[in-house]
Design a protein around this ligand. Structure first.
Ligand code: HEC
Ligand code: HEC
Ligand code: HEC
Ligand code: HEC
Length: 360
């Protein structure tokens, strides 16, 4: 008896039920029907990482590259881009997907949620890229032509009116654009994927429970793309002040998303253990920040998570704490540009530990 359900051969060609126990003719039939009508099936993870959640609104990185050439070139050399060509060939990936009862990685609903970005082909959603621009900046169909338009023909960045600029940015945001200036929103995407908040994937599939993710080190290596506003079009490192903001924001988001991950745990096991350790680890790092530079926002994060024990099936207190930490983190980002936080520099990771090599 096969656990694979095939639909009509177009687009999302095959659906591999994540567990072998989900095989069987009757169930297959009902899954096929559900897929044809496009609704989510019980077998699909409800979770999806990153900001490109709706394939119908994804335009793809090539479109961005028409204008953002340097950003596209930089992105092309990252693991985020290359996972599309490489992941499905890895024996380790085959092993994970096999344990979950599937075989084809690029159509497996578990893997699609973090390793791939889906776009539309012939009216069906298909994995078309790895982790893309829109995974972090938002699916762009409704904002791509708005965010770069300075006004009537002939208007340039320099001659755009202040009112037009305000309206342009507001319209882009309303249409789903996540700007770099909205740092909390932009980098919260990293944690949605890198905390790997999927219990079955970890406990049954044996997937790595989370990345050893530290925002400065992980954003200033191969991921770094910082060309705009630079007359010489060089990929500039973040300033010392900006790195301090990234550092604190990263720990706060690690805490928030580890709490969210723990809230999804239904049983004891490696998944819950790893989330609990991550919560404790992030708290320790916040305490280290607090010892160097007392900050009210960080005090609020610690207070919200004091005496909190992550228990399986008891999500409410964890989600409440996550909300409080998130609110405090947004407050921190709004209040600080990092210039007054130089005392944190001794806690920041050394450049030699940055993940991958930035392009120049
Ligand atoms: C037709 C050219 C064009 C295309 C296509 C385009 N952009 Fe842009 N983009 C621009 C211009 C011009 C700006 C600067 C706008 C400004 O001055 O505020 C910009 C600004 C941005 C910014 C904000 C930078 C900042 O510091 O404020 C981001 C992020 C961005 N684009 C991402 C994307 C992504 C992602 C795509 C693809 C989905 C894309 N762009 C497609 C021209 C384009
Ligand atoms: C919730 C997000 C998420 C999902 C879902 C997910 N992955 Fe991953 N995966 C990641 C992240 C993040 C990394 C990078 C980990 C690192 O390097 O720290 C990764 C790394 C990997 C690696 C390399 C690391 C290793 O363990 O050897 C493999 C292989 C892999 N994933 C396979 C899969 C397969 C197969 C699926 C689908 C069954 C899948 N992943 C689903 C987020 C995810
Ligand atoms: C949609 C999910 C997703 C989002 C959003 C995301 N990542 Fe990733 N990231 C992954 C996956 C999956 C991998 C592993 C790819 C592989 O190796 O096949 C990865 C790999 C990486 C790597 C390479 C790690 C190595 O092996 O050296 C870095 C660095 C990284 N991510 C940083 C970031 C940062 C910084 C952000 C946010 C600004 C971010 N990621 C957002 C899914 C995501
Ligand atoms: C993994 C998440 C992620 C991916 C993928 C990503 N970005 Fe970004 N991008 C960010 C973040 C976060 C910032 C702000 C960094 C900061 O302020 O420290 C940023 C900054 C920018 C900026 C402003 C700085 C500059 O280079 O001018 C532009 C424009 C931009 N991104 C466009 C793109 C385009 C185009 C792509 C795809 C080719 C892309 N980004 C891929 C997360 C991402």
């Amino acid at each position: 008896m096969s656990s694979t359900v095939r639909t009509d051969g177009n687009g999302r060609k095959a659906f591999e039920a994540p567990r072998a126990s989900r095989g069987g003719a009757l169930l297959s039939l009902s899954l096929s029907l559900l897929l044809v009508t496009g609704s989510a099936t019980a077998a699909e993870p409800t979770f999806r990482g990153g900001a490109a959640k709706d394939p119908a609104r994804v335009v793809g990185p090539e479109k961005c590259g028409e204008c953002h050439k340097s950003e596209l070139a930089t992105w092309g050399l990252t693991h985020h881009a290359q996972t599309f060509q490489e992941m499905h060939r890895k024996p380790r990936a085959q092993e994970i997907v096999g344990k979950l009862g599937g075989s084809r990685i690029k159509v497996n609903p578990y893997c699609l949620t973090c390793h791939y970005t889906e776009g539309m082909r012939d009216g069906k959603s298909v994995a078309m890229w790895g982790v893309t621009c829109e995974s972090c900046h938002g699916a762009a169909r409704d904002w791509v032509d708005v965010h770069n338009s300075y006004g009537p023909k002939g208007t340039t960045k320099e001659t755009e009116t202040a009112a037009h600029r305000t309206e342009r940015l507001a319209k882009s945001a309303a249409a789903g654009m996540i700007r770099p200036q909205e740092l909390y929103r932009a980098v919260s995407n990293c944690f949605q994927c890198h905390t790997v908040p999927d219990e079955e994937l970890v406990n049954v599939g044996g997937h790595k429970p989370r990345s050893e993710f530290e925002l400065v080190a992980w954003s200033q290596g191969e991921i770094r793309h910082n060309f705009k506003n630079s007359a010489d079009a060089k990929n500039r490192p973040a300033t010392a002040a900006h790195k301090r903001v990234l550092f604190v924001t990263g720990i706060a988001l690690d805490l928030e998303y580890s709490l969210r991950a723990a809230a999804r745990a239904t049983k004891a096991g490696p998944y819950l253990d790893s989330a609990s350790q991550a919560i404790a680890g992030a708290r320790k790092r916040l305490q280290a920040v607090q010892a160097v530079t007392p900050l009210p926002a960080v005090a609020a994060m610690l207070k919200a998570t004091d005496d909190l024990v992550a228990k399986a099936g008891d999500s409410a207190p964890l989600l409440r704490a996550a909300e409080s930490v998130g609110t405090a983190a947004k407050g921190f980002v709004a209040e600080h540009d990092g210039n007054a936080l130089a005392s944190l520099d001794k806690l920041l990771p050394a450049a030699s530990t940055y993940r991958g090599t930035p392009q120049s």
